[in-house]
Design a binder for this molecule. Structure first.
Ligand code: ATP
Ligand code: MG
Length: 369
Protein backbone atom coordinates (compact mmCIF):
# COMPACT_ATOMS: atom_id res chain seq x y z
CA UNK A 1 0.00 0.00 0.00
CA UNK A 2 1.43 3.42 -0.85
CA UNK A 3 1.76 6.27 1.64
CA UNK A 4 -1.04 8.27 0.00
CA UNK A 5 -3.69 5.72 0.76
CA UNK A 6 -2.34 5.17 4.29
CA UNK A 7 -2.82 8.84 5.09
CA UNK A 8 -6.50 8.57 4.17
CA UNK A 9 -8.83 8.09 7.06
CA UNK A 10 -11.35 6.01 5.20
CA UNK A 11 -11.01 4.23 1.93
CA UNK A 12 -13.39 2.29 -0.28
CA UNK A 13 -11.36 0.11 -2.66
CA UNK A 14 -13.19 -1.51 -5.60
CA UNK A 15 -16.26 -2.10 -3.45
CA UNK A 16 -19.15 -3.86 -5.15
CA UNK A 17 -22.50 -5.08 -3.91
CA UNK A 18 -25.02 -7.53 -5.26
CA UNK A 19 -28.08 -8.62 -3.28
CA UNK A 20 -29.03 -11.40 -5.70
CA UNK A 21 -25.64 -12.62 -7.00
CA UNK A 22 -26.65 -11.27 -10.43
CA UNK A 23 -27.07 -7.51 -10.53
CA UNK A 24 -24.54 -5.12 -9.04
CA UNK A 25 -26.28 -2.26 -7.20
CA UNK A 26 -22.90 -0.72 -6.29
CA UNK A 27 -20.21 -0.99 -8.96
CA UNK A 28 -16.49 -0.52 -8.54
CA UNK A 29 -16.82 2.07 -5.80
CA UNK A 30 -13.48 3.79 -5.07
CA UNK A 31 -13.21 6.72 -2.69
CA UNK A 32 -10.68 8.15 -0.25
CA UNK A 33 -12.09 10.26 2.55
CA UNK A 34 -9.73 12.39 4.65
CA UNK A 35 -10.34 12.74 8.39
CA UNK A 36 -12.88 15.42 9.28
CA UNK A 37 -14.42 15.62 5.82
CA UNK A 38 -18.15 16.09 5.30
CA UNK A 39 -18.84 13.86 2.32
CA UNK A 40 -22.30 13.56 0.79
CA UNK A 41 -23.64 10.75 -1.37
CA UNK A 42 -26.19 12.29 -3.71
CA UNK A 43 -28.25 10.47 -6.28
CA UNK A 44 -31.71 9.42 -7.43
CA UNK A 45 -33.80 6.81 -5.64
CA UNK A 46 -32.36 3.31 -5.95
CA UNK A 47 -28.90 4.49 -6.99
CA UNK A 48 -27.16 2.66 -4.13
CA UNK A 49 -26.57 5.35 -1.49
CA UNK A 50 -28.07 3.48 1.48
CA UNK A 51 -26.35 0.30 0.37
CA UNK A 52 -22.95 2.04 0.64
CA UNK A 53 -23.81 3.27 4.15
CA UNK A 54 -25.02 -0.18 5.21
CA UNK A 55 -21.78 -1.78 4.03
CA UNK A 56 -19.83 0.94 5.85
CA UNK A 57 -21.79 0.29 9.05
CA UNK A 58 -21.41 -3.49 8.66
CA UNK A 59 -25.14 -4.21 8.34
CA UNK A 60 -24.69 -5.45 4.78
CA UNK A 61 -21.87 -7.64 3.54
CA UNK A 62 -19.46 -6.41 0.88
CA UNK A 63 -19.70 -8.62 -2.23
CA UNK A 64 -16.16 -7.75 -3.35
CA UNK A 65 -13.53 -5.13 -2.54
CA UNK A 66 -12.38 -3.69 0.77
CA UNK A 67 -13.30 -0.91 3.20
CA UNK A 68 -10.27 0.40 5.08
CA UNK A 69 -10.27 2.57 8.19
CA UNK A 70 -6.88 4.16 8.92
CA UNK A 71 -5.28 1.63 6.59
CA UNK A 72 -6.84 -1.43 8.30
CA UNK A 73 -9.50 -3.50 6.58
CA UNK A 74 -12.83 -3.42 8.44
CA UNK A 75 -14.64 -5.23 5.62
CA UNK A 76 -15.48 -8.17 7.86
CA UNK A 77 -15.46 -6.44 11.26
CA UNK A 78 -18.68 -6.83 13.29
CA UNK A 79 -20.86 -3.66 13.28
CA UNK A 80 -20.62 -2.99 17.03
CA UNK A 81 -16.81 -3.08 16.86
CA UNK A 82 -16.67 -0.35 14.19
CA UNK A 83 -17.74 2.35 16.66
CA UNK A 84 -19.65 4.41 14.10
CA UNK A 85 -22.38 6.92 14.93
CA UNK A 86 -25.57 6.64 12.89
CA UNK A 87 -28.63 8.79 12.23
CA UNK A 88 -31.55 7.72 10.08
CA UNK A 89 -34.61 9.39 8.63
CA UNK A 90 -37.10 8.20 11.25
CA UNK A 91 -35.24 9.24 14.43
CA UNK A 92 -35.41 5.70 15.92
CA UNK A 93 -35.38 6.98 19.51
CA UNK A 94 -36.46 4.51 22.20
CA UNK A 95 -40.04 5.63 22.95
CA UNK A 96 -40.17 4.19 26.47
CA UNK A 97 -37.00 6.00 27.57
CA UNK A 98 -36.65 9.69 28.44
CA UNK A 99 -34.52 11.95 26.27
CA UNK A 100 -31.71 11.79 28.86
CA UNK A 101 -31.92 7.97 28.95
CA UNK A 102 -31.82 7.86 25.14
CA UNK A 103 -28.64 9.93 25.18
CA UNK A 104 -27.13 7.88 28.01
CA UNK A 105 -27.75 4.56 26.25
CA UNK A 106 -24.70 4.50 23.91
CA UNK A 107 -22.49 5.45 26.89
CA UNK A 108 -23.99 2.77 29.16
CA UNK A 109 -23.33 -0.03 26.69
CA UNK A 110 -19.74 1.25 26.44
CA UNK A 111 -19.47 1.03 30.23
CA UNK A 112 -18.68 4.70 30.78
CA UNK A 113 -18.78 5.58 34.53
CA UNK A 114 -22.14 6.95 35.78
CA UNK A 115 -20.80 10.35 36.83
CA UNK A 116 -19.29 10.93 33.41
CA UNK A 117 -22.52 9.82 31.71
CA UNK A 118 -24.50 12.48 33.56
CA UNK A 119 -21.97 15.17 32.76
CA UNK A 120 -21.87 14.25 29.08
CA UNK A 121 -25.66 13.96 28.70
CA UNK A 122 -26.01 17.48 30.14
CA UNK A 123 -23.32 18.79 27.80
CA UNK A 124 -24.94 17.26 24.70
CA UNK A 125 -28.41 18.49 25.71
CA UNK A 126 -26.89 21.95 25.84
CA UNK A 127 -25.15 21.41 22.49
CA UNK A 128 -28.50 20.71 20.81
CA UNK A 129 -30.18 23.48 22.83
CA UNK A 130 -32.57 21.16 24.64
CA UNK A 131 -31.52 21.87 28.23
CA UNK A 132 -34.43 21.07 30.52
CA UNK A 133 -35.93 18.51 28.12
CA UNK A 134 -33.98 15.51 29.52
CA UNK A 135 -36.90 14.14 31.54
CA UNK A 136 -39.44 14.11 28.70
CA UNK A 137 -40.28 11.08 26.58
CA UNK A 138 -39.61 11.46 22.81
CA UNK A 139 -43.38 11.55 22.19
CA UNK A 140 -43.54 15.01 23.78
CA UNK A 141 -41.00 16.55 21.40
CA UNK A 142 -41.48 18.12 17.97
CA UNK A 143 -40.06 16.40 14.87
CA UNK A 144 -37.11 18.78 14.73
CA UNK A 145 -36.36 18.35 18.44
CA UNK A 146 -36.49 14.57 18.10
CA UNK A 147 -34.10 14.69 15.16
CA UNK A 148 -31.70 16.81 17.22
CA UNK A 149 -31.81 14.16 19.97
CA UNK A 150 -31.15 11.43 17.40
CA UNK A 151 -28.16 13.44 16.19
CA UNK A 152 -26.83 13.96 19.73
CA UNK A 153 -27.27 10.25 20.46
CA UNK A 154 -25.14 9.42 17.41
CA UNK A 155 -22.42 11.85 18.52
CA UNK A 156 -22.37 11.46 22.30
CA UNK A 157 -19.94 8.53 22.39
CA UNK A 158 -17.58 10.64 20.27
CA UNK A 159 -17.27 8.37 17.25
CA UNK A 160 -14.72 9.48 14.70
CA UNK A 161 -17.12 8.55 11.88
CA UNK A 162 -20.82 9.42 11.64
CA UNK A 163 -23.19 8.08 8.98
CA UNK A 164 -26.41 9.93 8.25
CA UNK A 165 -29.06 8.55 5.91
CA UNK A 166 -31.54 11.28 4.89
CA UNK A 167 -31.74 12.45 8.50
CA UNK A 168 -33.89 15.46 7.59
CA UNK A 169 -36.18 13.75 5.09
CA UNK A 170 -39.18 13.78 7.45
CA UNK A 171 -38.96 17.47 8.34
CA UNK A 172 -40.67 20.39 6.65
CA UNK A 173 -38.60 22.87 4.59
CA UNK A 174 -37.99 25.49 7.28
CA UNK A 175 -37.03 22.96 9.96
CA UNK A 176 -34.85 21.14 7.46
CA UNK A 177 -32.90 24.31 6.75
CA UNK A 178 -32.43 24.98 10.47
CA UNK A 179 -31.19 21.42 11.00
CA UNK A 180 -28.79 21.68 8.05
CA UNK A 181 -27.14 24.62 9.82
CA UNK A 182 -27.20 22.74 13.12
CA UNK A 183 -25.46 19.69 11.65
CA UNK A 184 -22.84 21.87 9.93
CA UNK A 185 -22.23 23.71 13.19
CA UNK A 186 -21.79 20.47 15.16
CA UNK A 187 -19.52 19.05 12.46
CA UNK A 188 -17.24 22.10 12.61
CA UNK A 189 -17.24 22.14 16.40
CA UNK A 190 -16.68 18.42 17.01
CA UNK A 191 -14.58 17.58 13.93
CA UNK A 192 -15.96 14.10 13.16
CA UNK A 193 -15.86 12.63 9.66
CA UNK A 194 -19.34 12.47 8.15
CA UNK A 195 -20.89 10.49 5.33
CA UNK A 196 -24.26 12.02 4.60
CA UNK A 197 -26.91 10.69 2.26
CA UNK A 198 -29.52 12.84 0.60
CA UNK A 199 -31.35 13.22 -2.68
CA UNK A 200 -31.85 16.93 -2.02
CA UNK A 201 -29.22 18.69 -4.11
CA UNK A 202 -29.48 22.04 -2.32
CA UNK A 203 -28.83 20.28 0.97
CA UNK A 204 -25.81 18.55 -0.57
CA UNK A 205 -24.43 21.75 -2.08
CA UNK A 206 -24.74 23.80 1.10
CA UNK A 207 -23.46 21.26 3.63
CA UNK A 208 -20.69 19.25 1.99
CA UNK A 209 -16.95 19.51 1.56
CA UNK A 210 -17.34 17.06 -1.32
CA UNK A 211 -20.26 15.37 -3.03
CA UNK A 212 -20.20 11.96 -4.73
CA UNK A 213 -22.96 11.90 -7.35
CA UNK A 214 -24.36 8.39 -7.78
CA UNK A 215 -26.34 6.92 -10.62
CA UNK A 216 -27.11 3.22 -11.03
CA UNK A 217 -24.51 2.24 -8.44
CA UNK A 218 -21.72 4.15 -10.16
CA UNK A 219 -20.07 7.37 -8.96
CA UNK A 220 -20.47 9.87 -11.80
CA UNK A 221 -18.28 12.56 -10.27
CA UNK A 222 -16.93 13.28 -6.80
CA UNK A 223 -15.88 16.87 -6.18
CA UNK A 224 -16.45 20.03 -4.15
CA UNK A 225 -19.91 21.60 -4.64
CA UNK A 226 -18.69 24.50 -6.79
CA UNK A 227 -16.71 22.14 -9.04
CA UNK A 228 -19.74 19.90 -9.59
CA UNK A 229 -21.89 22.91 -10.39
CA UNK A 230 -19.39 24.82 -12.54
CA UNK A 231 -17.56 21.92 -14.21
CA UNK A 232 -19.83 18.90 -14.56
CA UNK A 233 -17.98 15.96 -16.11
CA UNK A 234 -20.99 14.46 -17.84
CA UNK A 235 -24.57 15.25 -18.83
CA UNK A 236 -26.01 13.32 -15.86
CA UNK A 237 -24.17 15.51 -13.33
CA UNK A 238 -25.01 18.69 -15.26
CA UNK A 239 -28.67 17.72 -15.26
CA UNK A 240 -28.88 16.35 -11.73
CA UNK A 241 -27.19 19.28 -9.99
CA UNK A 242 -29.00 22.57 -10.34
CA UNK A 243 -31.26 23.73 -13.11
CA UNK A 244 -30.24 23.43 -16.75
CA UNK A 245 -31.16 24.35 -20.28
CA UNK A 246 -30.18 22.00 -23.05
CA UNK A 247 -29.85 23.68 -26.44
CA UNK A 248 -29.53 21.35 -29.42
CA UNK A 249 -27.48 21.89 -32.55
CA UNK A 250 -25.19 20.43 -35.21
CA UNK A 251 -21.44 20.45 -34.61
CA UNK A 252 -19.75 22.71 -37.17
CA UNK A 253 -16.30 23.20 -35.75
CA UNK A 254 -14.01 21.70 -33.09
CA UNK A 255 -10.97 23.59 -31.79
CA UNK A 256 -9.14 21.69 -29.00
CA UNK A 257 -11.52 22.20 -26.05
CA UNK A 258 -14.10 24.37 -27.72
CA UNK A 259 -16.88 23.25 -29.96
CA UNK A 260 -19.12 25.34 -32.19
CA UNK A 261 -22.66 24.26 -32.98
CA UNK A 262 -25.36 25.68 -35.21
CA UNK A 263 -28.67 25.82 -33.36
CA UNK A 264 -32.23 25.90 -34.71
CA UNK A 265 -32.24 29.71 -34.95
CA UNK A 266 -29.29 29.50 -37.37
CA UNK A 267 -27.04 31.12 -34.75
CA UNK A 268 -23.66 29.66 -33.78
CA UNK A 269 -23.02 28.76 -30.12
CA UNK A 270 -19.55 28.08 -28.71
CA UNK A 271 -19.20 25.77 -25.72
CA UNK A 272 -16.63 23.84 -23.71
CA UNK A 273 -16.26 20.35 -25.11
CA UNK A 274 -17.07 17.73 -22.47
CA UNK A 275 -18.07 14.70 -24.56
CA UNK A 276 -16.14 13.68 -27.63
CA UNK A 277 -18.59 15.07 -30.22
CA UNK A 278 -17.85 14.72 -33.96
CA UNK A 279 -18.36 17.28 -36.73
CA UNK A 280 -21.84 16.87 -38.19
CA UNK A 281 -23.23 15.11 -35.09
CA UNK A 282 -26.05 16.46 -32.92
CA UNK A 283 -24.89 17.95 -29.62
CA UNK A 284 -26.64 19.47 -26.66
CA UNK A 285 -25.17 22.48 -24.92
CA UNK A 286 -26.05 22.92 -21.27
CA UNK A 287 -26.27 26.39 -19.77
CA UNK A 288 -27.70 27.41 -16.40
CA UNK A 289 -30.70 29.80 -16.31
CA UNK A 290 -28.72 32.35 -14.23
CA UNK A 291 -25.82 32.33 -16.72
CA UNK A 292 -27.99 33.68 -19.53
CA UNK A 293 -28.34 37.44 -19.85
CA UNK A 294 -31.39 39.02 -21.39
CA UNK A 295 -31.17 41.81 -23.93
CA UNK A 296 -34.46 43.01 -25.38
CA UNK A 297 -34.66 43.24 -29.18
CA UNK A 298 -33.39 46.57 -30.51
CA UNK A 299 -30.97 47.19 -27.65
CA UNK A 300 -27.33 47.56 -28.70
CA UNK A 301 -25.91 45.84 -25.60
CA UNK A 302 -23.95 42.62 -25.60
CA UNK A 303 -20.31 42.18 -26.47
CA UNK A 304 -19.32 40.27 -29.58
CA UNK A 305 -17.51 37.53 -27.65
CA UNK A 306 -20.81 36.30 -26.18
CA UNK A 307 -22.98 33.58 -27.61
CA UNK A 308 -26.26 35.05 -28.81
CA UNK A 309 -29.47 33.05 -28.96
CA UNK A 310 -32.66 34.69 -30.17
CA UNK A 311 -35.81 33.38 -28.55
CA UNK A 312 -39.50 34.19 -28.42
CA UNK A 313 -40.99 34.85 -24.97
CA UNK A 314 -43.60 32.29 -23.95
CA UNK A 315 -44.07 33.17 -20.32
CA UNK A 316 -42.79 35.52 -17.64
CA UNK A 317 -43.02 34.15 -14.13
CA UNK A 318 -42.70 36.43 -11.12
CA UNK A 319 -41.02 34.49 -8.26
CA UNK A 320 -40.26 37.39 -5.89
CA UNK A 321 -36.49 37.61 -5.51
CA UNK A 322 -36.07 36.78 -9.21
CA UNK A 323 -38.04 36.53 -12.43
CA UNK A 324 -38.14 33.51 -14.73
CA UNK A 325 -38.53 34.00 -18.47
CA UNK A 326 -39.45 31.03 -20.67
CA UNK A 327 -38.34 31.37 -24.30
CA UNK A 328 -39.07 29.15 -27.25
CA UNK A 329 -36.62 28.31 -30.02
CA UNK A 330 -37.64 27.30 -33.59
CA UNK A 331 -37.08 23.60 -32.70
CA UNK A 332 -39.80 24.07 -30.02
CA UNK A 333 -37.33 23.52 -27.18
CA UNK A 334 -37.67 25.90 -24.25
CA UNK A 335 -34.95 27.99 -22.66
CA UNK A 336 -35.34 29.40 -19.15
CA UNK A 337 -33.59 32.58 -18.04
CA UNK A 338 -33.43 33.67 -14.40
CA UNK A 339 -33.05 37.39 -13.79
CA UNK A 340 -32.55 38.92 -10.36
CA UNK A 341 -35.48 41.17 -9.47
CA UNK A 342 -33.34 44.32 -9.10
CA UNK A 343 -35.03 46.75 -11.53
CA UNK A 344 -32.70 45.74 -14.38
CA UNK A 345 -35.04 42.98 -15.55
CA UNK A 346 -36.14 44.07 -19.05
CA UNK A 347 -39.77 44.51 -19.99
CA UNK A 348 -40.64 41.97 -22.66
CA UNK A 349 -44.13 41.03 -23.72
CA UNK A 350 -45.27 37.54 -24.56
CA UNK A 351 -44.56 36.73 -28.21
CA UNK A 352 -41.76 39.30 -28.41
CA UNK A 353 -38.23 38.17 -29.21
CA UNK A 354 -35.15 38.86 -27.14
CA UNK A 355 -31.47 38.00 -27.29
CA UNK A 356 -30.07 35.64 -24.66
CA UNK A 357 -26.35 36.11 -24.11
CA UNK A 358 -24.00 33.55 -22.60
CA UNK A 359 -20.27 33.15 -22.17
CA UNK A 360 -18.52 30.25 -23.86
CA UNK A 361 -17.12 29.20 -20.46
CA UNK A 362 -20.62 28.79 -19.01
CA UNK A 363 -21.72 26.50 -21.86
CA UNK A 364 -20.91 22.77 -21.91
CA UNK A 365 -21.31 20.54 -24.94
CA UNK A 366 -22.50 16.95 -24.51
CA UNK A 367 -23.45 14.30 -27.02
CA UNK A 368 -27.23 14.29 -27.58
CA UNK A 369 -28.67 10.86 -26.77
N1 ATP B 1 -32.10 -5.67 1.14
C1 ATP B 1 -32.19 -5.60 -0.19
N2 ATP B 1 -32.40 -6.70 -0.94
C2 ATP B 1 -32.44 -6.63 -2.29
N3 ATP B 1 -32.28 -5.50 -3.01
C3 ATP B 1 -32.08 -4.37 -2.31
C4 ATP B 1 -32.01 -4.35 -0.88
N4 ATP B 1 -31.80 -3.08 -0.49
C5 ATP B 1 -31.72 -2.34 -1.62
N5 ATP B 1 -31.89 -3.11 -2.71
C6 ATP B 1 -31.83 -2.63 -4.12
O1 ATP B 1 -30.54 -2.06 -4.34
C7 ATP B 1 -30.65 -0.87 -5.12
C8 ATP B 1 -30.04 0.29 -4.35
O2 ATP B 1 -30.84 0.54 -3.23
P1 ATP B 1 -30.48 1.63 -2.12
O3 ATP B 1 -31.43 1.46 -0.99
O4 ATP B 1 -29.04 1.55 -1.80
O5 ATP B 1 -30.79 2.99 -2.92
P2 ATP B 1 -30.81 4.49 -2.43
O6 ATP B 1 -29.89 5.23 -3.32
O7 ATP B 1 -30.54 4.57 -0.96
O8 ATP B 1 -32.30 4.94 -2.74
P3 ATP B 1 -33.32 5.94 -1.94
O9 ATP B 1 -32.93 7.34 -2.32
O10 ATP B 1 -34.66 5.57 -2.49
O11 ATP B 1 -33.20 5.66 -0.48
C9 ATP B 1 -32.11 -0.70 -5.44
O12 ATP B 1 -32.33 -1.21 -6.73
C10 ATP B 1 -32.82 -1.53 -4.39
O13 ATP B 1 -34.02 -2.04 -4.89
MG1 MG C 1 -31.69 5.15 0.69
Amino acid sequence: MNSDSESDFLRFANVQKSYDQKNLVVKDFNLNIPEGEFLTLLGPSGSGKTTVLMMMAGFESVTSGEILLKGESITRTAPYKRNIGMVFQNYALFPHMSIAENLAYPLKIRRIPKSEIKERVDRYLELIELQGFGGRPPGQLSGGQRQRVALARALIFQPSLVLMDEPLGALDKKLREQMQLEISRLHKKLGFTAIYVTHDQTEALTMSDRIAVFNNGVVQQCAAPEVLYEQPENAFVAEFIGENNFIFGVVKEIRSNVIEIEISTGEMVRARKVDDCQIGSICKVSVRPEKLFLISEGSQDGSSDNNVITGKLLLRQYVGDYIRYYFELPDEKEVVVKVLNDHTAPNIDRGQTARLLSKENDCFAFMAD
